[in-house]
Design a protein around this ligand. Structure first.
Ligand code: PLP
Length: 341
């Protein structure tokens, strides 16, 4: 059965974004972060398309995410490393762990080792081993495919970026790692000296743009929802919870099958825009859990069952809703049909 709400997903835009980021990565290979179900688009659909385009490095956060993609036989790494209960999946070769702590490293060694990645912390103080511990021999003898670190502020121009880059570059040749990887989407835009051997974009693959250098990145995701009901609100009538919108004149509205439970956040109340073709239809009043109201005076023929698209250019939608571009993607809910075009 078709759902009354769907995500229109643009395959050509996804692949073009990966190619653009690959080109920006220079001589470095370009991978793809597909954690959080491919940032809400569906990890399987994303991975199939990018693998066909030539992407050879995929990243998820957890082993459950890796297991769900097992049949695709992807070159996959798990950012959060290995817990004891992950070791069976890791031993089965479902993915490589990205080892983050001395305990994870000890666990990996005790199980016999094998190819792994290692995360080193260069100042974000999130995940990763300390550079000083590397000097102390923590990684000696490990079969490290990729030594990684992660940038805290790549979407800003701040001295911290170069500090992290230099701290990471200082580890070259000190671990036996076959390659090094630092840059996320925004890090790729910081220049060739941030690319090392492999880049790991996520957000920009899916249409996110946090820096001017990403101006060529294309929108991939468009939410669409069906009209449940159309009605006329008489002048002075109100719409939605807490009656925050009052009709200045008789106004035609439509109620759409989409709400904050689907990731269409309350921040779009009174700021979101729907469209039929080029006709702009404003979101009126509060976003409900499963519904929104839009003004449809400009679309006289729009009827029950018709589909409406929501504006979802990520920088603009972020400004309109107050949500991060990351949240706008990763909170897109399970009730959408995901339709790749
Ligand atoms: C999520 C993640 C990425 C991708 O980051 P974007 O900002 O979405 O490009 C890269 N590396 C690590 C370690 C991550 O956790």
């Amino acid at each position: 059965m078709n759902a009354p709400l769907r995500l229109r997903l643009d395959s050509a835009a996804l692949v073009a974004n990966w190619r653009a980021l690959d080109a920006m990565s220079g001589r470095a290979a370009c991978g793809a972060a597909i954690k959080a179900d491919g940032y809400g688009l569906g990890a399987r659909g994303v991975a199939e398309r990018l693998a066909a385009a030539g992407c050879r490095d995929f990243f998820v956060a957890t082993w459950a995410e890796a297991m769900a993609l097992r049949d695709l036989d992807l070159p996959l790494a798990v950012f959060h490393g290995v817990r004891a209960e992950d070791m069976a999946a890791a031993a089965a070769g479902v993915a490589r762990p990205v080892l983050n702590t001395p305990m994870q490293i000890a666990r990996w060694r005790e199980a016999g080792g094998g190819p792994c990645d290692v995360m080193v912390d260069t100042g974000m103080n999130r995940l990763g081993v300390a550079p000083e511990d590397i000097g102390g021999g923590l990684l000696d003898g490990l079969d490290i495919v990729t030594l990684m670190s992660h940038l805290a502020c790549a979407d800003e121009d701040t001295a911290m970026n170069a500090r992290q880059r230099d701290a990471f570059a200082a580890l070259a040749g000190r671990t036996g790692a076959a390659r090094m990887s630092l840059a996320n989407s925004s890090g790729i835009a910081l220049g060739a000296d941030y690319a090392f051997d492999l880049t790991r974009p996520g957000l920009a693959l899916y249409g996110g743009r946090q820096r001017d250098e990403h101006r060529g990145i294309a929108q991939v995701v468009t939410p669409e929802a069906q009209v449940i009901q159309r009605r006329c609100v008489p002048a002075g009538g109100v719409v939605g919870y807490n009656a925050t919108w009052r009709a200045p004149a008789d106004t035609e509205i439509a109620i759409l099958n989409l709400g904050y439970a689907d990731g269409y956040f309350r921040g779009f109340s009174g700021t979101g825009i729907a469209r039929v073709g080029d006709v702009v239809l404003p979101v009126l009043g509060r976003v409900s859990m499963d519904m929104i109201a839009i003004g449809v005076d400009a679309a006289p023929r729009l009827a029950e069952g018709d589909w409406v698209a929501l504006d979802y250019d990520l920088p603009a939608a972020s400004a309109a809703s107050g949500m991060a571009q990351y949240e706008l993607l990763t909170c897109l809910g399970a009730r959408f049909d995901r339709c790749w075009l």
